[in-house]
Design a protein around this ligand. Sequence first.
Ligand code: GLC
Length: 725
Amino acid sequence: MKKSNVDINALIDSMTLKEKVGQLVQFTSHFFIKSNESLTGPAEQMGVAPEDLYTVGSVIGFSEAKDMIGIQDKHLKEDPHKIPLMFMMDVIHGYRTIYPILLGLCGSFDPELVKECSRMAAKEASASGVQVTFTPMVDYVRDIRWGRVMESCGEDPYLASIMGAAQVEAIQGGDISSPEHLAACVKHFAAYGGAEAGRDYNTVDASERALREYYFPAYKACVDAGVKMLMPSFNSLNGVPSTANKWLMQNVLRDEWGFDGLVISDWGAVHELCIHGVAENHRQASEMAFSNGCHIDMMAGAYYHNLEKLVKDGKISEEAINDAVRRVLELKKELGLFEDPYHNASPEKENSLALCDAHRAIALRAAEESSVLLKNDGVLPFSTDHKKIALIGPFAQAKEIIGPWSCHGKSEESTTVEEGVKNLLPNSDIISVTACSFIWNDTDTSGFEEAINAAKNADAVILCLGEPENYSGEGNCRTDPSLPGVQSKLANQIAKVNKNTAALIFSGRPLVLTDINDSVPAIMQMWFPGTEGGSAAANLLFGKANPCGKVVMSFPKSVGQCPIYYNHYSTGRPKKAKYENEYKPFRSNYIDCGNLPLYSFGHGLSYSNFVYESLTLDKDTFKEGEELTVSVTIYNDSEYAGKEVVQLYLQDLVASAARPVQSLIAFEKVEFAPHERKVVTFKIVEPMLRFYDAYCNFISEEGKFTVSCGRADALLHTTEFTLKK
Ligand code: GLC
């Protein structure tokens, strides 16, 4: 696109202080739509004077292109400087065509697929008037009780870094003024996923070393990928709320990482500094947040009422205001808004893209490649010759499978499991029985009898179980993240009457599946798979698609194990995996539960049978500047073509600070024909061995390492090598 020649400095010089402050304020579109009728409702409650509304710089949320265009047109008529509004929204896993939640999609271990989904979402969103999306969310997570694990990229910093950067690159493209791209905003900086007890917005205490080793890498990867904006997190980090945390926002983000973009608060987070108890009032909160690098106040109304006075009182300099305003105006300029305030949005484009066949096809492939075959005692894939199929459980006919944060996606546009199976097997007799609810405290089993009868008479049974969409997502945390209500009881009774049974699990988090794991012969984790979830489920169950998704967040045996993650330290008294089901006194273990998760990071079965035959190194010692070549030989000992995520894990055996027992350092997704053998090679170089020592120096140390393939809790061909300094 042609570069804009707007003179930002001249524009700033022509603005009053009030108008400059306005560029640092974000309100919802309701303020603007409401203003048609003398500004009633939220704007009035926030004390926004009608005559000030033209000064506001950006808008969050709106329903369609027509709305955005209407608000923009009205604004440009009122603003003497003709500065266009910037429109922002949470386009997390799709705009209208919804793909799987990121906790599932990252399990595809396919950055190109993640990019394809992100590009699709950006295209649909841009056509509808979105110019900035509050994505990617790359908060590191270890606790399934937290509702927002569903948005995250899981428990591995390396994978989360790759997936976060992939989203930034795809959403922004090379030119955000392009009608197919948006500006991205990485969030929530920092360590929001470390909330104590898995309770949203709760306190986070983490050592600097833990932050740098686990929590920071993915945010930094997004900064290095050129993300235009960043959002601090609601939580306090080591006692200081991120929104006003100088160490985070200045020392790390700007001085160390060189981030030179825009920072926007989370919704009302400037106000919440008073609730955290670090600010007495909005004036103090505004001074703290702005002085520590938060440029835009989203929906607190604090900057609107206080920044101008803080400048006049000499608490904040006008050049600091000018700097922040310049960043806002530069982003608008880079988006091309001064030339095209609609960023090429139109109702016609919006309608032509939404749910188009090409986008539904992307959503289907994403749902197929995100789903994880957790267990299969040989019952899957089901035969397509089955004549009688029973779908049993609250998700059998459920449309609500697109998940939280689905932007303008509509559940009614999704394909249900029943529809998917009927489309695939038009000549089979499909019977659906809901049998029970998915409400956590529901004890009603009156629907079981009908379900059991249906199961008895079926050739195959598909249990459709899970937690409802509103049991995960923001603010939706659970102390007992198992299958809600009586679903486990139902599953166990059904599995007794028909051995040809498989369970689909719909959820925004890994659920505790221990109660059904032994009785149900096959379990497929669907996450919230999005618009094409039902078709993906049918294709996977009947072998039209071969499962290849992997777990990126551990499935605990018990919630009592949380936080649980694969890349943990050894401790001085580790429990040997061979004693998993035995309590060992004076070891780091539990009396009533093993240490290992039910399903570990990297786990995921296929209909193929991938045999890891060998792992070899081209040398067993290497130095800085050299590289070590690792060759992994895999054979597909099956009749099924399939994809395998070949994972490479490293252990640093001795270092000046404790190191994880395993760390994913590389992966490659490889396709195999039936009975095909392939050699997959990886290069190890010294920077991959670096870590933060006890003093947070990022270094590598001479010594012994091991490298393994397989998955985190089933490592294969562990081989030693030495790094020489
Ligand atoms: C929410 C979320 C944040 C989102 C913002 C705007 O509270 O924490 O992720 O981007 O508000 O909707």
